[in-house]
Design a binder for this molecule. Sequence first.
Ligand SMILES: Cc1cc2nc3c(=O)[nH]c(=O)nc-3n(C[C@H](O)[C@H](O)[C@H](O)COP(=O)(O)OP(=O)(O)OC[C@H]3O[C@@H](n4cnc5c(N)ncnc54)[C@H](O)[C@@H]3O)c2cc1C
Length: 453
Amino acid sequence: MTATHKDLKIAIVGAGMGGLACALALSKKGFTDIQVFETASNLGFVGAGIQLAPNMARILDRLGCWKDIEREAVDLKETSIRQGDSDSELGHVDLRYIRETYGYPHMVGHRSSLAGQMYAHCQKESAIKFHFSTANTHVESFSPKPTIKVTPRDGEAYTVTADVLLACDGLKSQIRGQILSELKVDAQVIDTNQAAYRIMLKREDMVDDPELLELIDGEKVTRWIGEKRHIIAYPVSSKQIYNMSTVQPDINFAAAPSATYTTRGDKSVMLNVFSDFCPKVQRMLQKVPDGEVCEWKLRVHSPLPTWVHGSCALVGDACHPTLPHLAQGAALAIEDAAVLAEVLSRIHDTEPETINTTLLVYENLRKERAETLVELAAASGRALHLGEGKAKEERDRQFAALKEKGGAVPDKWADADVQKKIYGHDCMVVAAEKYEELFKEMGAKSSNGKATI
Ligand SMILES: Cc1cc2nc3c(=O)[nH]c(=O)nc-3n(C[C@H](O)[C@H](O)[C@H](O)COP(=O)(O)OP(=O)(O)OC[C@H]3O[C@@H](n4cnc5c(N)ncnc54)[C@H](O)[C@@H]3O)c2cc1C
């Protein structure tokens, strides 16, 4: 019997957003041998809220897990962009058109619900086997058959050979580092000089304050902006939790440079950063319990020359980490996974050259889109964080025009044209339609020696 895509052995490193989505999407396409290796001992209660944009929801629905995620999520009806100091509204956008236009609403949820439901659905698939507490320590070979050395926390290291290796190992990707070193490419993790506090307030801590109760009971994303800082906030978990995510200049991490990306922050420092913000914001920040201030370093990576090496492809934050201002990092990782499943399930044979060319099709379908959104997120942050001056005057003129007659929204996340570009793109349909054409194109490049990396 001739081998088909279903016989391909898949190794996935990382069980984050991209890794879980890859496993589920490939299993749904009939792949029968999918091994997932994850350093952590379980998925944990990976803190904080997450925006569930329509481009993410569409994929999760096709994978069968959206209904379970949607149940606990909050359906956003509006967004309000406000001056951090005065709380006056700069812009307001009605989000109800999104469901009608894109077939899915824009919702917000808890990360643990998103990851937990993807995992629960993976567990129903006999093709998927998880290896927790097991880190990939080294890729011994990228082709013809990728071979990785994995080390269980309490056991002996062993090697795993697969046909396809998917590196879903996040922003600090060890596999990316190894690929770049083999290709002799000097691309680095870049400090954005920004950091984020991620805060979750309990409903019971807000109910006695009418203004705060209105926030947690609303179906609204509120963004308070100030010079070099902003706070974005929305209710999650059936309105039992109010999620606040801040962005501010990085002081803590810059003061003690290290490989650490999260740290316990000092509450008084956090309060100081937002000391000129309005009393409503101050009251919420005051409610964060001492010792529970968690600060994240925001890092990105300079664009990579390629995401593919032999029979290995990089996925998600491993190849396109982004600032959170468009709320698309996890959505892009899930899109990557869906596209990989589309193209790998159309593979003509199981030869390493065919796998390499098919992974290059994936890269071709994804790289420009991901890098455009990464840049757009950075640009949106620059507009939100302006200090006094001509650029801020122009931004605020745009906000005023938006109130009067509609138009562009300087907060790109809420801009209808940007939303069309992001939510209107059905990556699975595009991948299915373009696979054959791109496979020929990539194959021709490979045989000219231009793309076999
Ligand atoms: C403040 C903030 C707010 C955000 N808000 C949003 C939002 O609203 N919407 C959105 O879509 N995105 C958001 N994001 C982005 C999103 O969290 C990431 O883009 C997303 O998690 C990337 O998924 P990933 O699978 O690539 O990486 P991750 O989810 O980071 O997963 C990587 C996994 O690989 C594992 N791993 C690493 N190395 C190894 C190894 N050697 N061996 C085995 N396992 C390994 C890790 O333990 C981890 O589980 C936000 C990010 C930040 C910082």
